[in-house]
Design a protein around this ligand. Structure first.
Ligand code: ADP
Ligand code: DP6
Ligand code: CO
Length: 324
């Protein structure tokens, strides 16, 4: 009997310029490039053990046995790279709410890519890890790296991967996550973006304008221009959510409390505070701001949200191996 085990930690990332639509469902190739910030506060730890004595793949998330319906096909990709690897047991713990628009699938599949490939005896480059993570969940392709990360959309499995833009962030930028609802969303990211691509008449305009936003946002990161980056991120997020309203049948991830948070941020901005919001596929609002002004923003948000609903997150590191 042979057994090999490895554990990895990967952090979530929040897109400032969003991925919202695939040109290839199976390979997970996105319609457009995207830009994200990896966060220190939210992460996933995953242990993978390949053992020739195992008779099936098993998957435990937060100490509960779950169907390995998404994990098993992902492990098959690793087994294609090393046909000697047999079935695997996967034990994962999310330090992020599951499926609530806080990018649990990003940290999940980045951690799984690193843990599974290492346990299978492969030593993949970060580029190949990013390509592998992409096959589990598109946003995971960016969580291999820390700080600001760009996902180059590519045209094939070979050339669709992430690159670090500013990995060790040494300027004043952070994110406040406002936790409005930890519950699993009704429309998964996968289903939501597919519906939008298939039915929104505005989709071609999204791709065109997002490509333009991305070029400007990468420049803003390089220039450490928080205001410009925030403006681009907020407007790009609102366009993504407008697509959802324009789909058939239409859907929205906003909750009343999401709008309350957005209004507070807009009001602060009218008072001269540099803060902008973004939302992913869920009701939780993320605020882009500087640490210099974060106390003032938290204090304004406290009028509507409890202290435990407001989480301060800083730029975080890329995926790494940890002790089992
Ligand atoms: P989110 O906004 O949290 O990324 P998604 O709908 O994109 O929501 O993805 C959530 C899905 O990701 C879950 O339903 C589950 O299938 C998968 N997932 C979440 N955490 C893990 C994990 N630690 N290991 C494997 N898969 C996970
Ligand atoms: C709104 O990566 O979760 O967070 O590739 O189908 O697993 P799949 O979707 P996922 O979608 C993320 C969408 C987003 C924007 C983003 O992270 O770029
Ligand atoms: Co996701």
């Amino acid at each position: 009997m042979t057994s090999q085990k490895a554990s990895a930690r990967a952090h979530t990332n929040i897109a400032l310029i969003k991925y919202w639509g695939k040109k290839d469902q199976q390979l997970i190739l996105p319609m457009n490039g995207s830009l994200s910030l990896t966060l220190d506060h939210f992460y996933t730890d995953t242990t993978v053990e390949f053992n020739s004595a195992f008779t099936e793949d098993t998957f435990y998330l937060n100490q509960k046995k779950l169907d390995a319906i998404k994990v098993s096909p992902f492990l098959d990709l690793v087994r294609q790279l090393n046909p000697q690897a047999g079935y695997a047991h996967v034990i994962s713990k999310n330090h992020v709410p599951n499926a609530a628009g806080l990018a649990s699938s990003a940290s999940a599949f980045a951690a799984l890519a690193l843990a599974a490939s290492t346990a299978a005896g492969l030593k993949l480059s970060r580029r190949d890890l990013s390509r592998l993570a992409r096959r589990g969940s598109g946003s995971a392709t960016r969580s291999i790296y820390g700080g600001f990360v760009e996902w180059l959309p590519g045209t094939s499995d070979q050339d669709s991967y992430a690159v670090p833009i500013d990995e060790k962030v040494d300027w004043d930028i952070e994110m406040l996550a406002i936790i409005i609802d930890r519950k699993q969303k009704k429309v998964s990211s996968r289903e939501g973006m597919q519906r939008v691509v298939a039915t929104s008449p505005f989709y071609p305009a999204w791709v065109k304008s997002t490509n333009t936003d991305l070029i400007a946002a990468v420049k803003a990161v390089k220039q450490h221009n928080l205001k410009l980056l925030g403006q681009l991120a907020e407007s790009n997020a609102l366009r993504m959510h407008a697509l959802n309203l324009s789909a058939r049948p239409p859907f929205s991830y906003f909750e009343p409390q999401s709008l309350v948070a957005m209004n507070i941020i807009e009001k602060l901005r009218s008072q001269g505070v540099c803060c902008y919001y973004t939302l992913d596929a869920g009701p939780n609002v993320k605020v882009i701001c500087s640490t210099a002004e974060s106390r003032q923003i938290i204090s304004a948000l406290s009028a509507a949200f409890a202290p435990e609903q407001i989480i301060e997150a800083f730029p975080g590191p890329g995926a790494k191996l940890i002790e089992c």
